[in-house]
Structures are given as structure tokens and as C-alpha cells.
Design a protein around this ligand. Structure first.
Ligand code: HPA
Length: 264
């Protein structure tokens, strides 16, 4: 599906009828396996994506596909447990649906998370990494034709690192390279990405950051290293690693997202 069958205004209207708040402070996009964050939301309730008009269903393991609302530190939020990827056949307008909806609810900030493979051999599985910068190879995919030139993409990276430091959380920092998937990379691709300067690789987040920039929405982007990328270690990659790494770091991840909601 490439076009949205319902406008963002219509989707918002539906959610308001289902008691979502008129105005939110922050929106959170939860990456693969990171859905446990919803347990820290107070007074929370959710709607399955399948009940929201115009929402495509997600088909990915580890993504349940529910839209949550409630409060964190007294601030009103929405949280997307499950997102829309290019590899599921979605084009740009669908991959950035959460960002547009966040803006429609008056969000002042957007916190994006993902599971990523580490290209950087100094990183370990389970590391949290503040995304400092992105590489969109050949800028081939995340294009919004109606809005051509964007400057100063993702200026908040330094602030995100500072907030992590303020809560005493050790995080890596680095560059995220975007691939459309669905296959994981070849070893040769990973060697090439290392030469390009990438630290981690993943299949999301970049379209959402580009759209946040277009909408002037303050953004934070966090990767959880769920595996070493292809060829870094001898062992084969497997999706179960995503869940294990996320389970091990869920409390630190929740602490970081909470601090970002409070301070970004
Ligand atoms: N490659 C691409 N996407 C990913 C990976 C990876 O190794 N790990 C988690 N998401």
C-alpha cells in the first residue's frame, strides 16, 4: 500500500472518538522487541492497528501493532508498538505515518527507536547507541517529492547524548546506515558500509527522521544493538537475538526514553 486511504485528520478524529487526548507532549516509536516500554506508561490504553481506519497491519515478528496512549512523568504521550517498513511493501508516506500523526496531535517531540546490527567491532550486543548521524545510501528511498530540500537534518543528536549522560547511562554514539531490506546484508555490504563510516545498520528510522525534520519536530533516535552485522562474527544471524538483547536492556531503555520525554 502506497497511499493513505484516510487522511491524517480522519485518523486523528477516529482516535479522539476513542478517547485519545487532543494534544500530546511526545510520541514514541518502539523498535523490534522494545515494546516493553508500554509497561511504564501510566493510565494507559491501546487500540490495535487493525481497528484504526487507514492503518496498515504490521507483519513483523516482535511488533504487535498497537497504538498506545497515556502519560509518562505526567506528560501525555502516544506510543507506536509496531511500525511500517519499506520491506513490507510500504512506500514513504506509509513509513512516516506515525510521524505525521504525532504532528497532528501537537507533539513537540518524537522519540524513535530501533533494533540494529553493529558494524562497529567495538560495540557489543545489548549496547544502546544514540544515533548521531545517518547515511541513506545514495539517498535512494526516503524522498518526499513535494518537499525537496531539507537542511540541518536531525540537529538534536548532541542534546540526546547529554540527556543520556545526565541520567548516568552509558551509551554508544554513532552513525546509522539505512537499508530497505528485507534481507540482512551480505558480508561485502557490511565491509563497504564500514568504509562509508557507518556504525550500525537497520531497516527503519531514517524515513521517520527525514519526515520529522520536514515537520520541524524535535527528534531523538536510539538504536539497540541486537546482533553484530553480517560477517563481524562467525555465527549465523537469527531473529531471536533481537528479543534477547531487548529483554536484557528494557529497563535502561525505558529510563532513557522517560528522560527524553522529560528533557528533550
Ligand atoms: N541488519 C539490518 N537490520 C537489522 C539488523 C541487521 O543486522 N539487526 C537488526 N535490524
Amino acid at each position: 500500500m502506497n497511499k493513505l486511504p484516510y487522511s491524517i485528520t480522519q485518523i486523528r478524529k477516529f482516535l479522539l472518538e476513542r478517547d485519545f487526548p487532543e494534544k500530546i507532549d511526545s510520541a514514541v516509536i518502539l523498535g523490534s522487541g522494545l515494546g516493553d516500554f508500554i509497561s511504564v506508561i501510566e493510565d494507559s490504553f491501546s487500540i490495535p492497528y487493525s481497528e484504526i481506519p487507514g492503518f496498515p497491519e504490521t507483519s513483523v515478528q516482535g511488533h504487535s501493532g498497537d497504538l498506545w496512549t497515556g502519560t509518562v512523568s505526567g506528560r501525555s504521550i502516544i506510543a507506536f508498538s509496531g511500525r511500517f517498513h519499506h520491506y513490507e511493501g510500504h512506500a514513504f508516506p506509509v513509513t512516516v505515518l506515525p510521524v505525521r500523526l504525532a504532528e497532528a496531535f501537537g507533539a513537540e517531540k518524537l522519540i524513535i527507536s530501533n533494533a540494529a546490527g553493529s558494524i562497529n567491532t567495538e560495540f557489543s550486543v545489548g549496547d544502546l547507541m544514540v544515533i548521531d548521524d545517518i547515511i541513506q545510501p545514495f539517498q535512494s528511498v526516503a524522498a518526499a517529492p513535494s518537499d525537496r530540500f531539507r537542511y540541518n537534518l536531525y540537529p538534536e543528536a548532541a542534546r540526546v547524548r547529554k540527556i543520556a549522560a545526565e541520567i548516568g547511562l552509558e551509551v554508544q554514539r554513532g552513525t546509522y546506515i539505512y537499508v530497505t531490506g528485507p534481507n540482512y546484508e551480505s558480508k561485502a555490504e557490511i565491509r563497504a558500509f564500514r568504509v562509508l563510516g557507518a556504525d550500525v545498520v537497520g531497516m527503519s528510522t531514517v524515513p521517520e527522521l527525514v519526515e520529522a525534520s520536514r515537520l520541524n519536530l524535535r527528534a531523538a533516535a536510539i538504536s539497540l544493538v541486537t546482533n553484530m552485522a553480517a560477517g563481524v562474527l562467525k555465527q549465523k544471524l537469527d531473529h531471536s537475538e533481537v528479543k534477547e538483547a531487548a529483554e536484557a536492556r528494557k529497563d535502561d531503555f525505558a529510563r532513557l526514553v522517560t528522560a527524553l520525554i522529560e528533557k528533550l
